[in-house]
Design a protein around this ligand. Sequence first.
Ligand code: FCB
Length: 460
Amino acid sequence: MTSFPTGFLWGTSTAAYQIEGAVSEDGRGPSIWDTFAHTPGKTVGGETGDVAADHYHRHAEDVAIMRDLGLGAYRFSMSWSRMQPAGTGPLNPGGVAFYDRLLDELHAAGIRPWVTLYHWDLPQLLEDAGGWPERDTAHRFADYAAAVHARFADRIADWLTLNEPWCSAFLGYFNGVHAPGRTEPAASLRAMHHLLLGHGMATAQMRAARPDLRYGLSLNLYPVDPRSASRQDADAVRRIDGVSNRLFTDPVLASTYPADIASDLGADWPADAIRADDMATIAVPIDMLGINYYTRHVVFGGEAGTSTTAFDNGWIGCAGVGKAMRGYPVTSMGWEVDPAGLYDVLTRLKDRYPGLPPVYITENGASFDDVVTDDGQVHDAARVDYLDAHFRQARRAIDAGVPLRGYFVWSLLDNFEWSFGTTRRFGVVHVDYSTQRRTVKDSGRFLRRVATANAIPDRQ
Ligand code: FCB
């Protein structure tokens, strides 16, 4: 057995638009993801999150599954446009009632709620007013966060402002593969700044109201390594690490943007949008940093046009830099399985930022083409192996001094995987979308063993 420290938290993560469905019920307004998914050509097969995993109606069953899996915590996001349909004004009673019901179930099951306030579903009316490239959106977010916090602070102790602002800014506004689907480099950098500003303002307001609770955000981070020892590859590492990691960790943890990246981005850099006090606002102290880890980037420079993955399009200002595939096993997302990358991302973070706050893995998991076999089960051995190997690297990181306190697997359920629709399955629980029947996969049972024992069982 490989044990974890007492009190280590085990959970699963989800996001509102990916599981809830019920997009027009009880006063919910449209978000940018409703608009985007309903735009022809934006998602595989034209799928939308209109129904998704129907969690809105099945939350009691889903919480019962989590209780059965022995999980101590559940990270979910609240849908902004369900809570505040127009992006401003009073909270929608129908939305509040839904999350009250969910929280009732979680409390009864003894599962700690961790809430994400923004997992990519901006109310459409705020996008119509310009979206995240507009500074006003940061204010709208802070107001929204304060309103939700005032209503739920007595029921939720752990608050994450943003999920993966890299994705919101660059997939949403730079390469347009996510909502709202804009392809405007300069605007995407303004979006980045206003997302971070919104995080800082929201956190300060919430903490002022309840200093006893915990606040943070979740970032998608990658270890970035060179394909060779060449000078071009070293520079590719600098640039990709800069735009995917340091653009977010430096402002949040060190109150500065990386000067080399600002210089690389030249005229697109949003210098005029960054006001005098903004960096201090963004670097508001946080109680925990959520890290979402999926894979490593091995990169090379100097060979324009030879990029090998779609992710390369998300790397603003990095034309001519490519991502190398190493022949490792890949998930059905095409992402290389690299458990040691989790150790590297955690230890490099600790080395770069002295005084790193407590860290939680807020997402890690894998999509595979699961099938329900004749015995009615899902024998997802590859996902069991994936989780086992990543859990071991998390333990190694703790031994190396990383203040890692918990681990949320992505995801509880198979769900609407953004532009891939339901064609990618990340759940430890299988969903049959024709019946909405849930089947705990072998990986779910594996997670139960780990969570219950707070230890990884020895491999047979
Ligand atoms: C992350 C997202 C999450 C899910 C996983 C696979 O980037 O936060 O919603 O899509 O990837």
